[in-house]
Design a protein around this ligand. Structure first.
Ligand code: SF4
Ligand code: SF4
Length: 364
């Protein structure tokens, strides 16, 4: 500042950055040094990646599963292990595994031992069931219908052995989502909330809390209309049209759709984003109406394990869940897994002209 004033120049304001900081500054020095110059990589054991650079440098990455929601105690514990047995550099994967980089193979064994002693498994690489990805609306979002992170923790406890080993036909990506409409992704197996009844409207609150045109605009099937109820401006829902998606609840919490009994969990199968060996695929519904039953969601765990172990037994090497189902066909999938096939599995769009918002006038 003093220098700028002496030079008679105007001091420029430092820009305020609100995005992610530049990741390079946090990377392991060997990764910065060899950035873009890697020769090959392999996996010496489950949970450990090994990268070799053209310069001859080598780096080992140890992948660790966590309980997903980390408090200060867990973060301090993990960072102490990284400082003592690693080299002080960590990163989180998009599935929230912790990865620790070291420059010597001799450091890998003690690092794994320290994590295991503290109760943290090492795995999640290659043909394993890696950490389940989930949305964490229960902590910060305004529309969750379930605690997706809780489903992750209880399921990963049951799939522990599949995380630390690489014994699946191909990698298995499981996803969960805490509402029915937004950020859940395509997964080999996906566990998503499923509302089964139209919203109950608290008419006393609508006029005070909701901007009614925004709520009307939100509905994908034009099932909401403005209405006057008990002399107050409110809304009404055409329950024959409503597909129970829950989209009206975020802009208008009095459209109460969450329900301990009628908000259920559904399981979808066969989605993938990758282009390897076959095109990306959309997941399909295979089980619906499972109880949203915290804290361990046993009914969901039973169905997921049934699908997973049938896939493990029946799929050919390198088939993803979707590839396997495409090969054997959906009838055989239901036969092998023993899951009931119901009318809710039929994708019936013949009535779409009447039941969907298909007009150019009211699409938003
Ligand atoms: S899935 Fe829905 S509730 Fe969960 S974080 Fe995303 S928008 Fe929010
Ligand atoms: S739940 Fe979905 S379909 Fe039903 S009224 Fe609300 S926005 Fe429309």
């Amino acid at each position: 500042m003093a220098q700028a004033q002496v030079a008679g120049k105007k001091q420029m304001r430092t820009p305020i950055e609100s995005g992610c900081p530049d990741g390079m500054q946090f990377m392991h020095p060997l990764m910065v040094k060899n950035f873009g110059n890697w020769k090959y990589h392999d996996r010496p054991r489950p949970g450990v990646l090994h990268h070799v650079a053209y310069s001859g440098d080598e780096i080992w990455t140890v992948r660790v599963g966590t309980q997903r929601q980390l408090g200060p105690y867990e973060i301090n514990l993990l960072c102490d292990i990284v400082d003592k047995y690693g080299e002080g550099h960590v990163r989180f994967t998009i599935r929230s595994n912790l990865e620790v980089m070291v420059s010597k193979w001799e450091k890998v064994g003690p690092l794994i031992q320290a994590f295991n002693d503290a109760g943290y498994p090492v795995g999640g690489t290659g043909n394993s069931v890696t950490m389940i990805s989930h949305t964490q609306g229960w902590l910060h979002c305004d529309i969750p219908g379930t605690d997706a992170s809780g489903v992750v923790k209880s399921l990963m406890d049951e799939l522990y052995e599949e995380f630390i080993k690489e014994e699946m036909p191909n990698r298995v990506h499981i996803t969960t989502s805490c509402c029915q409409i937004n950020c859940g992704g395509q997964g080999d197996i996906a566990i998503n909330i499923q509302h089964t009844k139209p919203p109950k409207i608290n008419h006393d609150l609508v006029a005070n809390v909701c901007e009614r045109p925004s709520v009307v605009a939100r509905c994908p099937v034009a099932a909401i209309r403005p209405a006057i109820v008990n002399g107050k401006p409110s809304l009404e829902v055409d329950e024959k049209k409503c597909i129970c998606c829950g989209a009206c609840y975020p802009p208008c919490p009095p459209m109460q759709i969450n329900d301990p009994e009628h908000s259920k969990l559904a399981i979808w199968v066969g989605g993938k984003n990758s282009n390897a060996r076959s095109k990306p695929m959309f997941q399909k519904l295979v089980a619906a109406g499972l109880p949203n039953n915290p804290p361990r969601w046993p009914e969901v765990a039973t169905v997921v394990k049934k699908i997973l172990y049938t896939y493990k037994k029946d799929a050919r090497d390198w088939e993803r869940v979707g590839d396997w189902v495409e090969r054997i066909g959906w009838p055989r999938f239901f036969e092998l897994t023993g899951l009931p096939f119901t009318k809710f599995h039929i994708d019936n769009w013949r009535g779409a002209r009447n039941s969907l918002n298909a007009s150019a006038h009211i699409r938003f």
